[in-house]
Design a protein around this ligand. Structure first.
Ligand SMILES: CC(C)(COP(=O)(O)OP(=O)(O)OC[C@H]1O[C@@H](n2cnc3c(N)ncnc32)[C@H](O)[C@@H]1OP(=O)(O)O)[C@@H](O)C(=O)NCCC(=O)NCCS
Length: 160
């Protein structure tokens, strides 16, 4: 049976991945390395992209608007919230919000944000069509429009 390309609600890809930050991913002051946080963002975005597209593979094409707003410390719980926010023909822009939770108090800070582009691949490794994403609320619609502007900027940069 051919794969369905019916539009997929934004909520279907919503993914939260949580991890306890360990000493081996931090510097001598106990601050978690940016590269370690990037890896977790990439992983959460991959899960969201895959849940949306249901294709054989998804790969990271680019990171956009990566910003680290506050430090994350060893012993914090890192939460990466990822959702597919815009779709092209074969690419998806995934918005990721990263929060740090102090497990002893429950305080949660917004520590980083990123938009990541993933591309869906077929079994032979070629880019393959992905379903459109559908916003169901005003807030989702706004997120979709922001991600669309990012996608358009990437396309313009790729055209050179
Ligand atoms: C991403 C990749 C599959 C694109 O392949 P390609 O031959 O350039 O494919 P196309 O030109 O047909 O583009 C396919 C889609 O990718 C998008 N794309 C290509 N390069 C991109 C980039 N650098 N940033 C963002 N999007 C990109 C295109 O805009 C297009 O989107 P659309 O179909 O929604 O319009 C290819 O560059 C690749 O395999 N890169 C390595 C991926 C990887 O190893 N990631 C790390 C580990 S997962």
């Amino acid at each position: 049976m051919p794969r369905s390309l019916d539009p997929v609600p934004m909520s279907q890809s919503a993914t939260t991945m949580s991890r306890l930050m360990q000493p081996d991913e931090a510097n001598v002051y106990g601050n978690v390395h940016g590269g370690a946080i990037l890896k977790y963002i990439d992983e959460a975005a991959a899960v969201a992209a895959w849940r949306h597209a249901r294709v054989p593979k998804v790969v990271t094409a680019s990171f956009e608007r990566m910003s680290f707003k506050e430090p994350v410390f060893v012993g914090d719980i890192l939460h990466c919230h990822a959702t597919v926010r815009h779709t092209g023909r074969t690419s998806m822009v995934i918005g990721v919000r990263v929060e740090g939770e102090d497990p002893s108090t429950g305080d949660v800070r917004h520590v980083a944000s990123a938009h990541v582009t993933f591309v869906g691949l077929d079994k032979t490794g070629k880019p393959t069509e992905v379903p459109e994403v559908r916003a169901e609320t005003e807030e989702e619609q706004e997120k979709m429009e922001r991600a669309q502007r990012i996608h358009e900027a990437i396309k313009a940069a790729l055209r050179g």
